[in-house]
Design a protein around this ligand. Sequence first.
Ligand SMILES: Cc1cc2nc3c(=O)[nH]c(=O)nc-3n(C[C@H](O)[C@H](O)[C@H](O)COP(=O)(O)OP(=O)(O)OC[C@H]3O[C@@H](n4cnc5c(N)ncnc54)[C@H](O)[C@@H]3O)c2cc1C
Length: 386
Amino acid sequence: MQHQTDAYQDIRDAIRDLCAQFPAEYFRDIDEKRAYPEAFVNALTEAGWLAALIPQEYGGSGLSLTEASVIMEEINRCGGNSGACHGQMYNMGTLLRHGSDVQKKTYLPKIATGELRLQSMAVTEPTTGTDTTKIKTTAVKKEGRYVVNGQKVWISRVQHSDLMILLARTTPLEQVTRKSEGMSIFLVDIHQALKSGMSLQPIPNMVNHETNELFFDNLEIPEENLIGEEGKGFKYILDGLNAERTLIAAECIGDGYWFIDKVSAYVKERKVFGRPIGQNQGVQFPIAKAFINIEAASLMRYEAARRFDAKQACGTQANMSKLLASEASWEAANACLQFHGGFGFANEYDVERKFRETRLYQVAPISTNLIYSYVAEHVLGLPRSF
Ligand SMILES: Cc1cc2nc3c(=O)[nH]c(=O)nc-3n(C[C@H](O)[C@H](O)[C@H](O)COP(=O)(O)OP(=O)(O)OC[C@H]3O[C@@H](n4cnc5c(N)ncnc54)[C@H](O)[C@@H]3O)c2cc1C
């Protein structure tokens, strides 16, 4: 099939070769066991793909966001799920942009080799949801350390990470002039924290996505683990979101192509009423429509990544690409499930697994309504709604 995915062919070929060692049965089995795809993540790490965005001076490959997005797209297009490890690619961006020289030299080379995994970012809280500036987790400075109390929810890959970025309030909301001020981010040593003040409760969920509730009871974090300046953490987190959203858009695009490839092959083969079901326009059109929307979302992804790589403002394009791609992949997922008929529900076809996996991205890491709201307010200049 000739379409946009012919760009960056060398990266695509290399990822496809690697993914060929992890066929559908591998991911199906991992999904059924609710296990972690350790061998797959290790192979990606050893080949250096998860260090794509780390500059060469810190041992990474210093690739562009455009190239990184192609890596994620191909993993998902091959039937895998980048969600198991995408945090390792983009969470370090906060450290890279706002960390001290010592922090960068200490951690980035080890993150690049995979010796340390920084796959977790703890922002969401149960009682505040998307209203992040109202977070209740506090970090109080006391004699060379910060003491953390509070709770987080939906914090992913904690059990498969060594380090986690934590957002906590260091100045009470009532004492700041702008509600986005007074929050700080910290690098947490997860192994240490689990022995002294942090506990977790896994959340069984619809996809094989290791995610947890976290509880902080006087967790002590050394002062030197503060990233950047105290009070500016929310801004630092926002700075990282454009890369995250663009990469997740690419994952959805990869999912979308997977569904299109899968359903196109199936409807050519499956014969009902004496002819391939794909001969019916009622079958063809939803597939064609989903494909067109994936292609369009992919263009927006390339535009977001191009602007990011050119160091231009890209928040609008990153948000829009995530929205378009998550909806297009879901449209493709529905067409794929529908035209597999009953077989779409059988685990062995992998459609139901990918269907569940791709649905997540209309909710996380940011829900569709919040993107509409961003565009309405910040692009169209409509009155602020909250
Ligand atoms: C599997 C999974 C993994 C996750 N991993 C992480 C992680 O690693 N780290 C982390 O910090 N978080 C993580 N999250 C949390 C995720 O980012 C949030 O679930 C998401 O941002 C939505 O927040 P919420 O669940 O609190 O929904 P809420 O904020 O309660 O919103 C619920 C619904 O109401 C809508 N809504 C809310 N306010 C408005 C409004 N003003 N106007 C219109 N609609 C509105 C939202 O769009 C949404 O659809 C994860 C979530 C899941 C499900």
